[in-house]
Design a protein around this ligand. Structure first.
Ligand code: ADP
Length: 309
């Protein structure tokens, strides 16, 4: 069955004006759909427009043009319902040190006007594994627990969609894994997750689909595996003393990008080939390698590659 879209963005643009004269296109005709139950990752380097995107949905930044529909509500017509449909987990930890998790969630529920009998404070605390700490001061919680409390805060009004803005920025490796598990658990309970990150590993581990933003443009949008496979392509340039006879190599595995004089540039999938395999082609033809430059395609390279095209 085709899953329904819980977020649909059409031709979304945001232009900031600076000093009245210079303008910045923070988002450039963005088109994006997120399906119910997905974990969707919005990747991009600093300045790509990720915060602008989240802030438009949160209502703190006004879009310049385009339409945004969240959970069936149009942002222009029903901004309050849009906000009610999303929970936003911010980057920075800002918690009152003297409130316990339970107290904090209860206060927040009161602010949302949720009646006592309709509150799910205990369920939320369990969900983020803070049930044992429910009555401890926030200041006594570990870094990871504080992060989970931020997630809990975003869940008080029971939004079907949760935004995590750089969920593991400044979180050490161990806690990161733990946080990912919590987010996955939430997703299993039916919450659609949208997260921003500039860590490729995080997106790879967490997301069903990934969109890459660069300078306000969506430069890639694909299933995680497809995207990662593209990224795992390695490009190497060899400078040699003689020209390589490319007819004697397996071009199914090793793609020739260019082969001019004594300089040959190839690309290959790191999971299918090793650099040592390529060295053999040269030694078999009695060719000396004078210089090697590699292009280990990490996410930054992919951004660069994608933005060039
Ligand atoms: P990201 O979250 O991916 O780092 P941002 O959305 O914060 O990206 O920024 C996108 C672009 O918009 C950047 O060039 C940034 O300098 C610019 N920008 C963000 N907020 C403002 C603002 N309030 N006024 C002017 N320019 C801004």
């Amino acid at each position: 069955m085709e899953k329904k879209n819980v977020l649909s963005v059409k031709n979304l643009s945001k232009i900031y004006s600076k000093n009245g004269s210079t303008t910045i296109n923070a988002l450039n005709n963005l088109n994006l759909e997120v399906k119910e139950g997905e974990i969707f990752g919005l990747l991009g380097p600093n300045g790509a427009g990720k915060s602008t995107f989240i802030n438009i949905l949160a209502g703190t930044v006004i879009k310049t043009s385009g339409t945004v529909n969240v959970w069936g509500f149009d942002l222009d017509k029903n901004p309050r319902q849009v906000r009610a449909s999303i929970g936003i987990v911010p980057q920075e930890v800002n918690l009152d040190p003297f409130f316990s998790p339970r107290k904090l969630l209860e206060l927040l529920a009161g602010m949302y006007g949720i009646k006592k009998k309709d509150r799910i404070t205990d369920d939320i605390l369990k969900l983020v594994a803070l049930d044992k700490q429910s009555d401890s001061y926030a200041r006594s919680l570990s870094g990871g627990m504080k992060r989970r409390l931020l997630i809990a805060k975003a869940l008080v009004h029971q939004p079907p969609i949760l935004f995590l803005d750089e969920p593991t920025a400044g979180v050490d490796l161990e806690l990161r894994q733990n946080l990912w598990e919590n987010v996955k658990l939430l997703n299993k309970q039916g919450v659609t997750i949208i997260l921003t990150t500039h860590y490729l590993a995080e997106a790879e581990e967490m997301c069903d689909r990934i969109g890459i933003l660069s300078k306000g443009n969506l430069v890639a949008l694909d299933g995680t595996k497809n995207l990662i496979d593209k990224i795992k392509t390695k490009i190497v340039t060899f400078t040699t003393d003689k020209k390589l006879d490319v007819n004697k190599i397996d071009q199914n595995k090793l793609k020739i990008i260019s082969n001019n004089n004594n300089k040959i540039t190839v690309s290959y999938d790191k999971s299918l080939m090793k650099i040592e395999d390529i060295f053999l082609y040269f030694s078999n033809q009695n060719i000396k390698i004078l210089d090697i430059t590699t292009d280990d395609a990490d996410i930054e390279d992919v951004y660069l590659g994608l933005t060039k095209n």
